[in-house]
Design a protein around this ligand. Structure first.
Ligand code: C2E
Ligand code: MG
Ligand code: MG
Length: 706
């Protein structure tokens, strides 16, 4: 350990020798700072480089200004002591790093190498040292440290691969994400656990592409060593040497499984209906578009079926949404299983379903398709707490016959479905050109119907009810007609369904009920020989909670005896919620009116429920009557209905009797009453009254005596 002179003054210990001119130039021009100080830190000599480094104009200024190294120079004053301790201990200080203040207060990092110079006795004369500004190195070291921390702590996995495709480094995130150990990776060929790929080949290809263009990115499906699959987003960038040659590949990967799942969920939600898990309207359009695109080059045909469940709204309203949802789900399941894997079944909205059949041959028939679909509705649906039959109305359109766009095809199928709905017992319709014209007519009707009520454009026609036994007219049915301003007389078959849908039926229904009751009362007073009058109630009128009160009020106001009035209801109106229907029927019955089931046989013909209904009359639908003289099955059905009706105590009226042959068969099967063109067409009130009076005066023999 060098000795420190007890009280040496600076000038004494530092004899400046001018003979050393050779070295002077080195001292003056060196890039490093060079200094000599006393043991106590007073500067003896400094070179210009040190002055510059420390921010002084000249060496002299530095010597004059920087008098206390510990406090003026070192940012951490302790460093001065560290320096002195090392010097005292070893006689040299090597690679001593310290952060220092420059004259203007800014800081830099320096590295000092110094030694103490001793005289021959071993007594320390002074210190001399060399200072390098290492701020730049420090900064880059700092940066490297920072980057290393980032490398260690980022959530993205990073793999550094050299140009021989050997892994040099893998960060913890990489091992976390891939489930590979770093010992599996470092010094070996890179791995990612890509599912179903020859991994090395794939990574070579990816690195090759990155080498060509500077980067590669993409998504890879991977599997961890424990067989857990994950989706990785991988990007590979190159690190090149100054000549542009790739030195390293940096492969970054992130686990995007959650994001993918979320994206999948969002995509699913955007494309599928949550209740039935079927494609939704948007996705159906997309799929149909695609099916058409595929059909074009192959000159194939496609079929599109549009289905709408009958009475769904009533089911929903009366049995609740839970039942409605359950029904929709079961319908979805049945349609799915009625179709092939290549067919597309989607929920178009509410109770509407669309099916796309992309693989049909050229002579494929729409009727076959419709029958197949209808067949899947032949069993009852199991709803919570009850079982229920539900049938769809179906419309079918073909590409390219009917339309050649997705929108066009769906519109055609929808329109055809709409025709099914409008046109009674038929369950499906194949699209035809005329439907287009009719659909604009529907819009016109909808529009004009609103005015029709205010302008009182409705008139009642009356059709007589005939008794085969007595040969006399016993009653009449009031049938509404719309005297359209255009001069046309529009039939109820056309506008009643529209009035039902638009809700205008409530007003129209009240109007017709009032007209019929007023008319019947007037005829009674005039002594017209009639025993009763019937009026139709549409399902929506029947379900209106005010119906019982309305009937009571109208009877009161017109003075018509309740038992003179018969209300005709269709089965469809009652089948949805039998209990509720029975209750309403009972309350109507308690007023004293008579009740009839209209169009019997076309709806659900739930014979089991029939006996629960407090009704008086069954009206056999004219579709059975039509065939009765020629078709043995229809004769058998009529026979059954009449037998059943009489056992339940109902009277039976055959509707739509047009020929003598039909009348004869009906009479033979003990059907007592009939309505139909054979006896009388529906007539305006005045004409009807005349015909009744006429018939009373000159009884007409419709059928020969038995
Ligand atoms: P509906 O109650 O079954 O009426 C019988 C329908 O058959 C009437 O058609 C009548 O003109 C027709 N018809 C009668 N005899 C024959 C025949 O021999 N052959 C044929 N082919 N048809 C015959 P309309 O008047 O067009 O009424 C159609 C339906 O509109 C009615 O069927 C009824 O459900 C409904 N409707 C009529 N008037 C009203 C009304 O005032 N209110 C309500 N809610 N519905 C009504
Ligand atoms: Mg009727
Ligand atoms: Mg009828």
């Amino acid at each position: 350990m060098p000795k420190t002179p007890p009280d040496a003054t600076e000038t004494e210990v530092f004899p400046v020798s001018d003979d050393d001119g050779r070295y002077r130039s080195i001292f003056e021009n060196a890039v490093e700072g060079i200094y000599q100080t006393t043991v106590h830190g007073g500067y003896l000599r400094v070179n210009p480089a040190l002055a510059r480094m420390y921010g002084y104009d000249s060496p002299d200024r530095l010597i004059a200004g920087l008098t206390n190294i510990a406090t003026q120079l070192y940012v951490d004053p302790q460093r001065r002591d560290d320096f002195a301790d090392a010097m005292a201990r070893d006689g040299v200080v090597k690679d001593f790093e310290a952060q220092i203040y420059r004259r203007d207060g800014s800081t830099i990092w320096i590295e000092e190498n110094a030694r103490c110079v001793q005289d021959s006795t071993g007594c320390i004369l002074y210190y001399e040292g060399m200072v390098t500004d290492i701020s730049a190195r420090k900064a880059s070291e700092e940066q490297i440290r920072l980057l290393a921390t980032v490398f260690e702590s980022v959530s993205d996995g990073i793999l550094v691969i050299d140009r021989e495709l050997i892994v040099c480094a893998a960060n913890p995130a990489f091992t976390n994400i891939t489930g590979l150990l770093s010992s599996d990776l470092i010094g070996q060929a890179p791995r990612l656990s890509v599912a179903g790929f020859e991994e090395r080949g794939l990574i070579e290809r990816i690195c090759g592409l990155a080498d060509e263009t500077g980067h590669w990115r993409g998504e890879l499906g991977c599997v961890r060593p424990d067989y857990q699959p994950f989706a990785a987003w991988v990007s590979v960038t190159t690190v090149r040497d100054p000549d542009g040659k790739t030195e390293f590949f940096v492969l970054a990967c992130s686990d995007i499984t959650d994001r993918k799942r979320q994206e999948d969920r969002i995509r699913y939600q955007a494309n599928f209906d949550a209740l039935t898990n079927l494609p939704n309207r948007r996705f159906l359009h997309e799929q149909l578009d695609q099916a058409i695109r595929l059909a074009i080059p192959e000159k194939k045909r496609l079929a599109v079926a549009f289905l709408d469940l009958d009475r769904f709204k009533q089911i929903n309203d009366s049995l609740g949404h839970r039942a409605g949802d359950a029904l929709l789900k079961q319908v979805a399941r049945r349609l799915r299983s009625a179709s092939r894997a290549t067919d597309i079944v989607g929920r178009y909205g509410g109770d509407e379903f669309v099916m796309i059949f992309p693989n049909i041959n050229n002579n494929f028939s729409g009727s076959f398709l419709a029958e197949k679909l209808l067949y899947s509705f032949s069993d009852p649906f199991q709803l919570p707490e009850r079982e229920l039959f539900c049938a769809p109305s179906i419309g079918i359109a073909f590409y390219p016959d009917d339309a050649d766009t997705a929108d066009g095809l769906i519109r055609c199928a929808d329109l055809a479905m709409y025709h099914t709905k409008r046109s009674g017992p038929r369950r499906y319709t194949l699209f035809s050109e005329e439907m287009m014209q009719q659909s604009s007519r529907r819009l016109d009707i909808e529009h004009d119907l609103r005015h029709a009520i205010q302008r009182d454009e409705f008139v009642m026609h009356y059709q007589s009810k005939f008794d085969f036994e007595t040969g006399r007219v016993v009653g009449a049915e009031g049938l509404v007609r719309w005297n359209h301003p255009s001069g046309a007389l529009i039939s109820p078959g056309e506008f009643i369904p529209i009035a039902e849908e638009t809700g205008l039926i409530a007003q129209i229904g009240e109007l017709t009920l009032r007209k019929v009751c007023e008319q019947a009362q007037a005829w009674r007073k005039a002594g017209l020989p009639l025993e009763g009058i019937a009026v139709n109630l549409s399902p929506r009128e029947f379900h209106d909670s005010r119906i019982v009160q309305l009937v009571r009020t109208v009877l009161d106001e017109t003075g018509l005896p309740p038992d003179f009035l018969e209300l005709e209801l269709t089965e469809g109106a009652m089948i949805v919620d039998i209990d509720h229907a029975v209750d309403t029927l009972r309350r109507l019955k308690s007023i004293g009116v008579r009740l009839a089931i209209d169009d019997f046989g076309t709806g659900y013909s739930s014979l089991a429920y029939l006996k629960r209904f407090p009704i008086d009359t069954l009206k056999i639908d004219r579709s059975f009557v039509h065939e009765v003289a020629s078709n043995a099955t229809d004769t058998a059905i009529i026979d059954t209905i009449i037998g059943l009706a009489s056992s339940l105590g109902f009277s039976v009226v055959a509707e739509g009797v047009e020929t003598i042959e039909q009348a004869l068969v009906l009479r033979e099967h003990n059907c007592r009453y009939a309505q139909g063109y054979l006896i009388c067409r529906p007539l305006p009130a005045a004409t009807f009254a005349e015909s009744i009076q006429d018939a009373a005066r000159h009884p007409r023999q419709v059928l020969p005596e038995r």
